[in-house]
Design a protein around this ligand. Structure first.
Ligand SMILES: NC(=O)c1ccc[n+]([C@@H]2O[C@H](COP(=O)([O-])OP(=O)(O)OC[C@H]3O[C@@H](n4cnc5c(N)ncnc54)[C@H](OP(=O)(O)O)[C@@H]3O)[C@@H](O)[C@H]2O)c1
Length: 350
């Protein structure tokens, strides 16, 4: 098997794992003749064996003199598991092929240095883009200290997030809602604003059995209005970000800022708590504040086969005063889902 094919297989191995806040990593051991003899991926997060160690265990003595193909730079530090570099050197691997350098400050180049110092040949950058695309949240989190923020919205074809009376269930159809649950399932946390808690009382759980293995942590952005402690989300020990001290169930973090909670500081705080992928599910006031502050990394909007045919509540709150204020987007995906259209975008495109 050639090294590129092995890398592609290693990426596929790690693809759906959720080891956050650790990265998704896949590894393949090729023996001295280039035959794949060991496979491993990192599945359960901190404290569980890393992909490289699993692949080496799988290969056993056949690893000696072989090549380890791994999506991520091996760690060289003692964490909750011993360093992978020591296992690689101990197994007698003579060449390591890496997809992406690990931006985590405890690794960042040290893994390569430890291997080279032991006489192991190292090649880096094979399929780097595909490796980073498999876990964009991890790379974003380690480079910025913040979670990667995905803003999800469901709007009518004429851009309304709710009717004038606040009713919004359901604007998008069943298939789109199922897709949104899949997004939730791939997030470490799901955030809503106070207005959404008051209007919809969401539990923010993943309710599809095939996706409900790990529930994302709920996050509430509280404001000045009192919130009912019996709301469904407070039964799930949420992180409550508030502009002033509040008496609510959950982990309360007070972060005063302009217009309520300081959202940039809030994301830093969630990043420090190990939240790598954050999904924001509204509502329009929180969505507008995050977008205008440049804190949204990706948008997923479901544009429904439905017209408000009048003015209800806009998808994004705030005033669109002049065209120069518009936020340019790069549209990265368009897909029809049932009777809705899913549009994925990155803010900041030209
Ligand atoms: N279609 C959809 O995708 C969708 C999704 C979610 C919700 N909705 C609908 O949207 C409506 C609720 O939206 P909403 O805009 O009123 O509520 P929201 O965006 O969920 O919450 C906004 C509230 O959060 C608090 N807050 C604290 N700091 C903030 C900050 N820095 N920036 C922004 N907000 C901050 C404020 O509460 P205080 O006012 O108490 O100070 C603010 O009014 C409901 O009708 C709901 O059904 C629709």
């Amino acid at each position: 098997m050639d090294e590129r094919r092995a890398m592609i297989e290693a990426i596929a191995l790690a693809g759906d794992a959720m080891p956050h806040p650790n990265p998704r990593v896949g590894a393949i051991v090729l023996d001295a003749a280039g035959e794949p003899v060991g496979r491993g991926y990192h599945d359960h997060g901190p404290g569980h064996p890393h992909a490289e160690v699993r692949a080496l265990e799988d290969a056993g003595s056949r690893a000696a003199g072989g090549t380890l193909v791994t999506t991520m730079e091996p760690c060289a530090h003692d964490g909750r598991t011993p360093p992978c570099t020591a296992a690689i050197i101990g197994a007698g691997i003579s060449r390591v092929v890496v997809g992406a350098e690990d931006p985590d400050e405890r690794v960042a180049g040290r893994g390569f240095a430890a291997l080279r110092a032991a006489g192991v040949e190292v090649a880096a950058g094979l399929e780097r883009e595909a490796v980073e695309a498999m876990d964009p949240g991890y790379f974003h989190h380690r480079r910025t200290g913040r979670p990667r923020v995905t803003l999800k919205g469901a709007i009518t074809l004429d851009g309304q997030a709710a009717a004038a009376d606040g009713s919004a269930r359901w604007i998008s159809g069943e298939d789109a809602r199922r897709d949104a649950h899949r997004l939730r399932a791939h997030s470490d946390a799901v955030m809503v604003g106070a207005g959404t808690v008051l209007a919809d009382d969401p539990a923010l759980t993943v309710r599809l059995p095939e996706f409900a293995r790990v529930q994302p942590r709920p996050v509430v952005v509280a404001g000045r209005r009192p919130l009912p402690p019996e709301a469904a989300v407070f039964g799930r020990h949420p992180i409550v970000l508030a502009p002033e001290p509040v008496d609510l169930p959950g982990e309360i973090v007070v972060l005063p800022g302009n217009g309520g909670v300081d959202l940039a500081a809030a994301l830093g705080c969630l990043g420090s708590a190990g939240i790598v992928d954050l999904m924001v599910e509204g509502g329009p006031t929180l969505a507008g504040a995050l977008l205008r502050a440049g804190l949204v990394d990706r948008g997923v909007f479901y544009v429904a086969g439905m017209l408000g045919a009048g003015t209800g509540r806009p998808g994004i709150a705030g005033t669109f005063a002049t065209l120069a204020d518009a936020i340019p987007l790069e549209i990265t995906g368009v897909e029809r889902i049932g009777n809705d259209v899913r549009i994925e975008f990155t803010p900041g495109g030209s």
